[in-house]
Design a protein around this ligand. Sequence first.
Ligand code: CDP
Length: 784
Amino acid sequence: MATQGHMHGRIGESIKRKEDGRFLRGRGNYLDDVELPGMLHMAILRSPHAHALVKSVDTAAASAMPGVIAVVTGELMAQHKLAWMPTLSYDTQAVLATDKVRFQGQEVAAVVAETKYQAEDARNAIVVDYDVLPAVTSPQQAKEAGAPLIRDDKENQKDNHIYHWEAGDQETTKAAFAKADKVVRLHTFYPRCHPAPLETCGCIADVNGATGKATIYMTSQAPHAIRTVFALVTGLPEQNIRVISPDIGGGFGNKVPVYPGYVVATAASLLIGRPVKWVEDRTENLISTGYARDFHMTGDLALDKNGKMLALRVHLDSDNGAFFADAQPSKFKAGLFHIVTGSYDIPTAHITADGYYTNKAPGGVAYRCSFRVTEASYLIERLVTNAAIELGMDQAELRMKNFILPEQFPYHSATGWEYDSGDYPKAMNVALDKLGYDDLRKDVAARRKKGEITGIGVASFTEVVGAGHGAEFDILGLRMFDSAELRVHPTGKAMLRMGTKSQGQGHETTFAQIVTEELGIPAADVAVEEGDTDTAPYGLGTYASRSTPVAGAATAMVARKLRDKARKIASHLLEAAEEDLEWENGKFYVKGSPDRAKTIQEIAFAAYTNIPEGMEAGLEGVHYYDPPNMTYPFGTYAVVVDVDKGTGQVKVRRMVAVDDCGVRINPMIVEGQIHGGLTEGFGIAFMELITFDADGNCIGSNFMDYLLPTAWETPHFELGETVTPSPHHPLGAKGVGESATVGSPAAYVNAVIDALSPYGVTNIDMPVTSDKVWSALRGAGVNE
Ligand code: CDP
């Protein structure tokens, strides 16, 4: 008979993470831990200039250095038709420069040598003759008449404009603005920031000359998609390509794109016949791999005199860098920016966006974000707080007045999206209660009377995660379903293989818990494997909080398929009709006779030893899940700050975060995800900045310049929750991984703006550093 013990690890239990046993002991198996016999090492030479003609590349001295096996140039790659590669946004990107370099840090040549040090020494001996050109470092410069043409490699490209995109309804929006009592405008820049995973990107390419099989170990969040792209780019048969993503030390979107280093290492291994390892250093990662954001946004919110929102108009200019390589669904040029109407019932909206090439690294990756949702959420939440300040209303009250109400779901937004579910007032109330909002507002007023600068910021974000229904969502044409394959062995232990790839989110635990819930096998008995394209079913990978909404659903569905078969076997074993059987706690029993029961373990054994006549042996299956809609997690974050008048330093006194991600599979893991996201949001709001000087030199190429928050700076977080299940997800779960990074920057900045509002300050762009706050206070005449 099954006992509760058999079911250990069901949904809702905060069991410890199974993977932590090896991680905490330092026994993870990351890319750099992999050593293959005969392995060579590759180092990449990068451009010191942001924009320059490449006149010559002299490799003679480098080739003669000790240990050097090959020096690879753009010219050599061009001979193999590999000097350029397609990007995830249907553009092309240089693998190794042949004509020009277009950003500082661009790949120019590579050295393959016996050791890493030999490769790096020889790389430094390559001599490149550059003819430096003026650099373009912003969309504003990119669109100036006479601006240098960055993509002169592209036929028909006469300027630096990439795309124009629109959503919503221009006419109805215009009419609503004409009737408004109040229009609040915010111009804000969401600066370039970098996912900066602790482990940088890299690969080991091992092309076996005898079999023709290319095995590529790679720090990839999407191994299957990468395999398909490799097959298309190199012409190698897909079955001869095996991509293995070992343990990954953080990705946050940075490990989705295909980087030139992967292609060069694979080509080098193919030509040389030995495995080639390439691992970036920190600076290479920060200057050349997928950055995020870099959106210049202007938002206008139209309201009536009572604070009811009437319409929203937004224009944004996107800085896409030298190659349009945004990792986002093909159909959505500006990502999922449509969600910019947020949690509010705004009857009409019109959004326009223009993308530009600049002399910066490409990217536009969804850094802990669903394809530009973060920028959208930031804009609307900042606008709403500014509107409250301008109207002299309380920011929580203005939000309450305009929330989409629970009974309005499924809700059709003005930009054409169907929100699946939500209860925004409830999340807001839980957050305000936790904070003691009414008392705090009085406290703020009292402190201000004493001359203190203090404020409260609120953000009630809505997100859209779980990309996505295949009819709308694809990457390079590949529909964004995901998959799970479940095999139950005769002893009742199971193997779950998935198309996703954890980078630290705890998939080995949470997906095992879904099997426990659905099939009664304890989580400890379910091994979860991801990341090997030779063994895992095809899937689009892990980013944009899509694993639980899509692959989590696939897991539930495949477990249910197996439970249906288990019922048939139980009926045979118990000699009872299927419809007379009840399922509970991992066993089938005969209705009214709970002692006549078969556990899932007994049934699994029978699946291989004692099946009914005519039934296929075994207990295994696969499910490909194409979600009917996205899931819409949400929450309210509230922050209290104190600002030092003399230095401009901001101290976060309180941070309350109430999240609703539907049903929580493992509450402890969910809280861990939220802590991580709030920390990253804090870094983006106050510390992190990658900027460029007039020549296009990247400022922010190391952790002394690009400041990540440590435990020292990070505030204490007070978490709360509400649970509004997704109506279409088999478990009612929504994604959560990115919620806190999406929702929190606006809450932090709103708190600072609330604190500075008595001085007439309406905006400070992130990162809100002490010197910016100090300058704003001085500008407002505060001279202490
Ligand atoms: O795609 P990614 O794994 O980054 O994001 P996610 O689907 O939001 O999941 C992050 C982690 O939180 C995973 O281990 C999930 O299974 C877990 N999670 C959960 O336990 N309950 C939820 N409702 C959502 C996520």
